[in-house]
Design a protein around this ligand. Structure first.
Ligand code: SF4
Length: 354
């Protein structure tokens, strides 16, 4: 008997194909989706409107993957962070950010990250592996079924580069999006990238209709090469052109993430460069004050510098949202909790990744 497969790794079309190969009608896939994602069932025996014969076949060939949190932290501002240990050992993190009626879940897509941005805790431990669709979806299901919180918004901004794990991320988006699955509208899903041009181009060709967020953080190649080594492979102008093509292809809207770092990227020239890119992409800017990651060299901006930077952008008619780091008291920055786990320290600090 071949090894059992995780049934949550299959999108709806793929699951229909699996069922047909078992001499079962493809439409049963919708029933299975409802049990897995709407009702959150974790054993095939609970699929009460599925025939006993099919349940037996499923039991023989598949298992229902599930994430168990090994650590849960709640910050003073309501942000919760979960650390999951994957079956083969690596740790990944998920953050739940409440804001009014919104429940935003920030997902990891890789264990570790290979892109080594100079300000980010996720890159510190190197890259372990891609997460499977089931492991990505499992983070949302944990929030939904274990915590009883209904996610309203999904952001792929946790550990890892989503477009470097393209197929699994696209499959997980389709499962979240499917009416028979979680039914989360594409306009409430945002995929973030550090600027992987081929990934942006592929995304433009798919009809996912998700929002795209570019982690910019620098507006010259010279500085971006230093902060984000991926820029040496995909320089700024190439990235912006790919984003323009994404928007022309019918992609919904773009945001630019910009972590403001003291004396690094907080000058008036930086603001002018950022405004020019934002106007080209008709993008909103999320401005995030850097907060320190132990072992990294950077410092947060002065309060006044942050305000001035916002003013410079607004003077250039750029829509900007100032973001304070949420969950700072629970190490909510991407990669920090997993980093602590790895080094067996429990120091509490915080910054956001993107
Ligand atoms: S910012 Fe994103 S791409 Fe860069 S190291 Fe961190 S997780 Fe990787």
């Amino acid at each position: 008997m071949p090894l059992k497969k995780d049934i949550k790794d299959f999108g709806l079309a793929a699951l229909e194909g699996e069922l047909r190969s078992l001499d079962e009608p493809g439409f049963r896939a919708k029933q299975i989706f409802a049990w897995l994602y709407r009702r959150g069932k974790t054993t095939f025996g609970e699929f009460s409107d599925v025939s006993r014969g099919l349940r037996d076949k499923l039991e023989e060939r598949y298992f229902i993957g599930r994430l168990e949190a090994v650590e849960r932290l709640r910050s003073r501002d309501g942000v919760q962070k979960f650390l999951f240990r994957l079956g083969d050992g690596p740790h990944v993190e998920t953050v739940l950010i409440p804001s009014g009626k919104r429940r935003t879940v920030c997902l990891s897509t890789q264990a570790g990250c290979k892109f080594a941005c100079a300000f980010c805790a996720s890159g510190l431990g190197g890259f372990k592996r891609n997460l499977t669709p089931s492991e990505i979806i499992g983070q949302v299901l944990f929030v939904k079924d274990v915590l009883g919180e209904e996610p309203t918004n999904i952001v792929f901004m946790g550990m890892g580069e989503p477009l470097d794990n393209f197929d699994n991320v696209a499959d997980s988006v389709r499962i979240m999006n499917a009416a028979e699955g979680m039914g989360i509208a594409a306009r409430r899903i945002t995929i973030s990238t550090c600027g992987i041009v081929p990934g942006i181009e592929r995304l433009a060709k798919l009809d996912l209709q998700v929002n795209l967020s570019l982690s910019l953080h620098a507006v010259t190649d010279r500085l971006r090469d230093r902060l984000m080594p991926v820029n040496k492979k995909y320089p700024l102008e190439e990235i912006v052109l790919a984003c323009e093509a994404y928007l022309k292809s019918g992609g919904r809207m773009m945001t630019l993430e910009y972590i403001l770092i003291r004396d690094v990227n907080d000058s008036r020239n930086d603001a002018e460069g950022l405004a020019a890119i934002a106007r080209r992409l008709r993008a909103k800017v999320n401005l995030i004050a850097y907060s320190p990651v132990p072992g990294l060299e950077f410092a947060p901006p002065e309060e006044a510098a942050m305000k001035e930077f916002v003013r410079w952008l607004e003077e250039r008619r750029v829509q900007v949202t100032e973001r304070r780091s949420k969950g700072a008291d629970i190490a909510a920055a991407c990669g920090q909790l997993a980093g602590h786990k790895k080094s067996e320290t429990r120091e509490i600090g915080g910054t956001r990744k993107r």
